[in-house]
Design a protein around this ligand. Structure first.
Ligand code: GTP
Ligand code: MG
Length: 348
């Protein structure tokens, strides 16, 4: 009876199409009644023999609707839309801990093969690295709460500001959006970077979410990735010099540098191939850091000035946020002093 009274009072509002704001669970009832109204209308339209299931008389229509609702037999305490609704309870919420840095790192799936299949130059392919950066810039422009990103090889890390409330900080939502946006951007911009090399199959990227509670942890994370870049790049530069210029087989080159330290590899590069590792491109040695910068931009705008009251096109200078790539050290203090706003958690 309780339901019936609610439905009776609501039904008059439906016939007038009056917007009705109610609190749950009555709100659910409203939605269900509205759905029913829609389905009734649909039935009326689709009935070809002309005998409408619902009378056009208001009273009769109401009776029919209430009878139809009775068959659904729902109550205000159990407002399931269907008997299947319960499966929702199996979905888990995965919000990231508040006030922590959210890092999302993605990594190319099987890029060892992908790079070979697409003829990447060894050990570094500038086009491939620029494409990674292009995709990461797109991600940053789409998700403005990312305050810094770092990339090397086939990976990119995105740092969301501590206070972000993007997608209610839901880990899987953040991670899947960022990874899928990156992947589609990688494919979207492929031809600009590899005009003579058609994409042979769709590349994929995995993703993970890591939370860091302190600024030190975050700095150490980024330092770890940059140190990894340096170690791998020195190894790869030495390895491919031995193979490509020294004529060694892969196994021989691997054997030669297996137990060497950084200084030994530097020495091999310099004494055997005249390569000063310090002169290698910064992008290869340091990876790519993406940060926001305010840049001045001149645009044309039709406006008047204090001196000239007539509206005409004029050059106007505006400040705009722009993602800029850097290939610099992020392990030492200098970078963090120059970009002190990042750790202050102020999204520009
Ligand atoms: P999973 O990530 O586990 O799927 O394996 P993966 O094959 O992607 O290997 P991993 O991520 O550990 O390493 C990335 C690989 O991508 C490197 O080992 C290289 O083979 C390749 N790669 C990345 N950047 C370049 C590049 O600029 N030039 C070349 N030639 N290869 C690259
Ligand atoms: Mg990979």
């Amino acid at each position: 009876m309780k339901n019936l009274r609610i439905m009776q009072s609501l039904s008059s509002a439906f016939s007038l199409h009056t917007p009705l704001i109610l609190t749950t669970p009555t709100n659910n009832l409203f939605l269900q009644l509205r759905t029913l109204r829609f389905s009734c209308n649909t039935t009326q339209r689709s009935n070809k023999n002309g005998s409408f299931p619902f009378s056009i008389q208001r009273g009769k229509r109401l009776t029919n609707r209430l009878q139809a609702l009775k068959h659904l037999s729902f109550s205000t305490s159990a407002m399931a839309k269907s008997k299947f609704e319960y499966v929702r309870q199996f979905e888990t919420q995965d919000p990231c801990l508040p006030n922590t840095w959210i890092v999302i790192r993605l990594d190319g799936r099987n890029f060892h093969r992908f790079s070979t299949d697409h003829g990447f130059t060894k050990p570094n392919d500038e086009r491939a690295l620029q494409l990674m950066t292009r995709a990461a810039e797109t991600v940053m422009n789409d998700f403005r709460d990312i305050i810094i990103s770092y990339g090397q090889s086939d990976e990119f890390s995105f740092v969301l500001k501590k206070s972000t409330m993007l997608y209610s900080r839901r880990a899987s939502k953040l991670m899947t959006h960022i990874v899928s946006q990156f992947s589609s951007s990688y494919v979207f911009h492929w031809a600009e970077h590899f005009p003579d090399k058609p994409l042979q199959y769709p590349p994929g990227f995995d993703g993970r979410v890591i939370l860091y509670p302190s600024n030190k942890n975050l700095r150490d994370y980024l330092s770890w990735r940059q140190a990894d870049c340096h170690i791998n790049n020195l190894y790869n530069t030495c390895f491919w010099a031995l193979v490509q210029q020294g004529g060694m087989t892969n196994t021989q080159a691997e054997e030669k540098i297996r137990h060497t330290f950084s200084a030994d590899k530097n020495e091999i590069l310099f004494s055997e191939f005249g390569i000063n590792y310090n002169n290698e491109p910064e992008m290869y040695k340091k990876g790519t850091i993406l940060v926001w910068k305010r840049v001045e931009e001149t645009v044309m705008k039709t406006c008047r000035t204090a001196e000239d009251p007539v509206e005409r096109p004029r050059k106007v200078t505006k400040l705009r946020k722009k993602v800029v790539p850097l290939h610099t050290d992020i392990i030492g203090d200098v970078f963090w002093e120059e970009h002190s706003d990042i750790l202050e958690d102020e999204c520009l």
